[in-house]
Design a protein around this ligand. Structure first.
Ligand SMILES: [Zn+2]
Length: 302
């Protein structure tokens, strides 16, 4: 274990910091991924500047994701992406349903091609939907679909508030996760909720099966921080929030088998003819119960 002299961006401790990975996928030679033993946060160092990130999310994110996802998704053609992402919407909707009510206003931060907002509209047509999306490609697509679309937080009128704010796989990407969280929480109406999803570093592929190729893939330049249930709790307690953290497994058993066999992503549903639906459900449940899942859903109540 190599000691790092960095300071943790969450608990601000400057001891008990160690180098988790010297290799960062898509990163620069000098970048490392650091683990803070005190609060259980993983973070990149040195982190990209705010300007570099802005440029990346306005112009290049779809390219980066397209290469990374291989055949599993399509980030180049909005329409194809939208269709494929319907699967994601189906997965996420159960976590949102109790918060979706008639006449509420919903803001999605990082709305991508609008597939989540669309699924919400299908569940409850009488809602006011707002999108925030910095990407040039996706924001013009959202406007074409008829959504009101902000490009950044500062564009939201000061008095404007929402009943439900959602963001999926955004908080790990932003320059300052703490001010991001607090900024958007300040935009919640009383009685409102924020619901979001972010990867969990407790991922069985990483912490249980210990696959070297996965390690090289996992610590990526687009994620400036990676939480576990412990570090997420630390963040939310630090700001005295009322919350719930739900363990969640996204990827299926076939994907895990292919990682173990070939050291590559993209095996989703490969063995679906052999594995029963029950096996998949039980496998996911086991990982979630033991907190060896790859993701977490967080609900914050105001
Ligand atoms: Zn820390």
């Amino acid at each position: 274990m190599k000691i790092s002299s960095t300071t943790c961006p969450l608990c601000e401790t400057d001891y008990e910091q160690s180098v988790e990975s010297e290799y960062v996928y898509g990163g620069k030679e000098i970048q490392n991924y650091i683990y803070c033993k005190n609060c259980d946060l993983y973070y990149i160092t040195p982190k990209p500047s705010e300007e570099e990130l802005q440029e990346f999310y306005i112009n290049n994110f779809e390219d980066f994701m397209d290469k990374r996802s291989g055949t599993d998704s399509n980030w180049k053609e909005e329409k194809v992406h939208f269709e494929i992402q319907k699967r994601e919407a189906q997965r996420r909707m159960p976590f949102l349903l109790s918060a979706i009510k008639k006449n509420i206003s919903v803001l999605e931060v990082g709305a991508s091609t609008g597939f989540m907002l669309n699924a919400i509209k299908e569940a409850e047509p009488n809602v006011m939907l707002y999108a925030l999306e910095p990407s040039k490609q996706f924001s013009s697509y959202l406007e074409k679909l008829g959504f009101e679309c902000y490009r950044k937080f500062e564009e939201i009128a000061q008095e404007k508030k929402f009943d439900l704010i959602i963001h999926f796989f955004v908080i790990a990407h932003v320059h300052n996760f703490e001010s991001f969280l607090l900024n958007y929480l300040s935009k919640l109406n009383k009685g409102g909720q924020m619901i979001f999803e972010t990867p969990s570093a407790t991922d069985a592929l990483y912490q249980v099966y210990d696959i070297p190729e996965f390690k090289k893939f996992y610590w990526q330049v687009a994620h400036l921080v990676t939480f576990t249930n412990k570090s997420m709790k630390y963040l939310l307690d630090k700001h005295h929030l009322k919350y719930e953290i739900i363990p969640h497994q996204r990827y299926d058993l076939s994907n895990h088998m292919v990682w173990m066999q070939n050291g590559k992503p993209g095996g989703r549903e490969k063995y679906k003819e052999i594995f029963s639906n029950n096996l998949e459900i039980e496998y996911r449940k086991s990982l979630e119960e033991k907190w060896h899942c790859d993701s977490m859903i967080v609900k914050i109540y105001r």
